[in-house]
Write a protein that binds this ligand. Structure first.
Ligand code: FES
Length: 185
């Protein structure tokens, strides 16, 4: 079940039951607008990113309320017209990410270099192969995300582990404003 609430001009969205989340439950957070898209395998419109509109510029930074996300859940927010996954990782997911030897990685990067707080993983949800949106419903063999377009698989740190994608999911600039609020951008 997805809960939406308004606070200080923002629309805050979260899933209260991860098992109920479907492909249609991509929730986009923007100031004043919201859209739910069934876009698990959609190719992100890269052309749009090359020509930022006034809207895009207006969303240079977004604030996201994390208070209702429990371990194991994730939400998708929109930032600069790109989807961003915010996952509250479980202790097992954190352990798996931290203990993966770097020499097993195609794009070696320590988990500690990709998160500010181990519990929270924040990544741009655009596959580094050809720009599809990885499925939030298919975790693949490494517990992260599977991109349905050509089978790239990411781990619980958003690092590429299998398939044609060359790089890890990008980590956007962000900072925690409090224990339960993060600013992306
Ligand atoms: S676009 Fe994701 S695997 Fe090709």
């Amino acid at each position: 079940m997805i809960t939406i609430r308004r606070k200080k001009g923002l629309i805050l969205a979260h899933s209260t039951d991860d098992a109920s989340v479907t492909r249609r439950d991509f929730i986009y957070v923007a100031s004043g607008t919201m859209a739910a898209l069934g876009a698990a395998a959609a190719v992100w419109p890269l052309i749009d990113q090359m020509n930022p509109s006034a809207d895009t510029l207006a969303l240079k930074e977004i604030e996201v309320d994390l208070a209702s996300i429990v371990p194991g859940q994730q939400i998708t927010v929109e930032w600069r017209k790109k989807p961003v996954f915010i996952r509250r990782r479980t202790p097992d997911e954190i352990k798996q990410a931290e203990e993966t030897p770097l020499d097993e990685l195609k794009d070696p990067q320590a988990d500690s270099a990709r998160v500010q707080k181990p519990e929270w993983l924040i990544v741009v949800a655009i596959c580094t192969h050809l720009g599809c949106i990885p499925s939030k419903d298919m975790k693949g063999e490494y517990g992260g995300w599977l991109c349905p377009c050509h089978g790239s698989q990411y781990d619980t740190s958003g690092r590429i582990r299998k398939g044609p994608a060359p790089n890890n999911l990008a980590v956007p600039a962000y900072k925690f404003l409090s224990d339960t609020k993060v600013q992306i951008g």
